[in-house]
Write a protein that binds this ligand. Structure first.
Ligand SMILES: Nc1ncnc2c1ncn2[C@@H]1O[C@H](COP(=O)(O)OP(=O)(O)OP(=O)(O)O)[C@@H](O)[C@H]1O
Length: 490
């Protein structure tokens, strides 16, 4: 920096010491933006080489001049008077639009100097930067949405259909659970919508942009469960991934971990779950680093944990730790008019998906649906409707279109019997299991013959899909769905 030796500035009583200014010389001079400093009168005290280059001026000759002599429309002297900073103002300098900042420097409340920064040599560069930020913001938004989709929580509270008293109050309780992070234990028979509730709670909470990590404790072999839950470090065991693997608790950081079928959690794993729930800290298998994860735990089961505690197969301490917010989803047969409400809504959705609008349910069919026991709950209802639609001729579901075991049910007597059995939980569960097995048996027989029929029809029609669909009495879209379902070449 050229320290003015012989200019008016040195003659004036400047508030700066030459040493002070010299100290910043290297720093200011290496700036690619323009820097100018004036005193309280607007007299140039310092100007860096980038600015002089831009202005095409000899730096030595600028010191001690009034700022407007250096830059015609300078406002440094005005800022010195007003004491008010001007940030990101656009200033036309030599025909180029620049972005400038003029900052008054005060001591004891009095302006002693003004610091000017000419940002970028051309405002177009700012425009470019703004466009770049715009495009980055757009990309971030896109990735956020993608992430939300990938995190595959498809269900929100709106997805949970049901207006019965039981369902209404359950939805209210679940909604309340979105406002805190206490563990939730969802119980209910298979297919009642437990996972639906778990996803809706996650979606309704602040955690929704973070992962919803689901693990089915019954589906993972016992010896793998620990590494799935807690992860492992490299070389933890033979066959382990070379780089190690994070566990579900780690992946659920800031989000929700959904332990489905918690009743099937092996007894020896239960204390480990209890510990991680209490401490929110754990180590990977073979690792020595303590990992902290801020997860919310939601567990679900169709097993009767109270019975299991009595049998000694479920730990009491874990049960109480999990059961902070208990949600018990009622079976479909106990939801009264919800059966038909669900049937109508699901039918609308399924028929739209199959391109078969305007399908109705006859009164007889409605009676049959309403009086059936639904051991497989809503999942079974979805299945029944899909099957019925796939074979439907015309636009009304008649009683005889429903699966045999539903339309041929001697409903009244059996219903009364069922009501009695409802008072005895164990008997009821036994009966449900048997029914499940029967339904399962029928289901696979039906699927086999359906697949056979599709193959035959395609064969007979020389692979002409429209003709085959006509022969089967179903819509072409439905035929494609069946072919996909049974992995038949499209
Ligand atoms: N109230 C509801 N409204 C709309 N769809 C529902 C409802 N309840 C359940 N379903 C549907 O029923 C099916 C089964 O639901 P879900 O998987 O949540 O049941 P679950 O109780 O978790 O079953 P499981 O115990 O076998 O894991 C899903 O297709 C879900 O969309």
């Amino acid at each position: 920096m050229i320290i003015p030796q012989d200019t008016s500035i040195t003659q004036r009583e400047t508030p700066f010491f030459k040493e002070d200014v010299a100290l910043y010389h290297d720093m200011f001079d290496s700036f690619k933006n323009g820097i100018i400093i004036t005193d309280a009168e607007g007299i140039v005290f310092y100007i860096n080489s980038s600015y002089c280059k831009f202005l095409d001026l000899d730096r030595d000759k600028q010191m001690g001049k009034h700022c407007q002599e250096v830059v015609e429309n300078s406002r440094m002297h005005i800022v010195a008077k007003t004491g008010k900073a001007e940030v990101n103002h656009i200033q036309d300098i030599k025909g180029v639009k620049t972005v400038v900042q003029r900052i008054p420097v005060k001591r004891d409340g009095k302006v002693i100097a003004v610091f000017g920064l000419v940002m970028f040599s051309d405002v177009r560069e700012v425009g470019k930067l703004a466009r770049k930020i715009d495009s980055l913001e757009y990309k971030v938004k896109l990735y956020e949405e993608e992430l939300l989709n990938l995190r595959a929580t498809r269900y929100t509270f709106e997805s949970i259909l049901g207006e019965s008293e039981g369902m209404r109050s359950l939805k209210m309780e679940a909604l309340r659970a979105t406002a805190n992070t206490y563990p939730v234990l969802i119980t209910g028979e298979s297919g009642t919508g437990k996972e639906l509730f778990a996803q809706a709670i996650h979606q309704g909470s602040d955690r929704k942009i973070y992962p919803f990590v689901r693990i089915n404790c019954a589906a993972i072999p016992k010896d793998l469960l620990e590494s799935e839950l807690f992860g492992y470090d490299k070389g933890a065991f033979t066959g382990a991934r070379p780089g190690g693997k994070p566990g579900k608790f780690e992946l659920a950081h800031r989000g929700t971990i959904f332990l489905d079928e918690i009743g099937d959690m092996p007894l020896e794993m239960q204390p480990k779950i209890l510990r991680v729930l209490e401490e929110k800290e754990f180590e990977r298998i073979g690792g020595s680093k303590l990992i902290t994860s801020d997860f919310r735990l939601i567990a679900a089961t169709n097993r009767h944990l109270e019975d299991m505690m009595e049998e000694g197969t479920f730990r009491t301490d874990l049960f109480y730790r999990l059961n902070v917010i208990p949600l018990s989803v009622p079976p479909l047969r106990e939801r009264g008019s919800d059966i038909l409400l669900l049937a109508e809504a699901l039918l609308k959705k399924l028929s739209e998906e199959a391109d078969m609008q305007g399908i109705r349910i006859s009164q007889h069919a409605r009676n049959a649906l309403a009086s059936y026991h639904w051991p497989g709950n809503v999942r079974e209802l979805v299945n029944v409707l899909e099957r019925t639609l796939s074979r439907l001729d015309g636009d009304t579901i008649q009683r005889s279109d429903l699966p045999f075991y539903i339309h041929n049910r001697p409903h009244k007597a059996l219903r009364d019997g069922d009501a009695q059995l409802n008072t005895n939980g164990t008997k009821q569960r036994e009966m449900d299991k048997n029914r499940d097995r029967n339904v399962q048996g029928l289901r696979s027989i039906q699927m086999e013959s359906e697949k056979e029929a599709v193959i035959q029809a395609l064969d007979l029609c020389g692979n002409n899909k429209s003709k085959a669909a006509k022969m089967l009495g179903i819509h072409r879209t439905m035929l494609y769905r069946k072919m996909k379902k049974y992995h038949l070449e499209l």
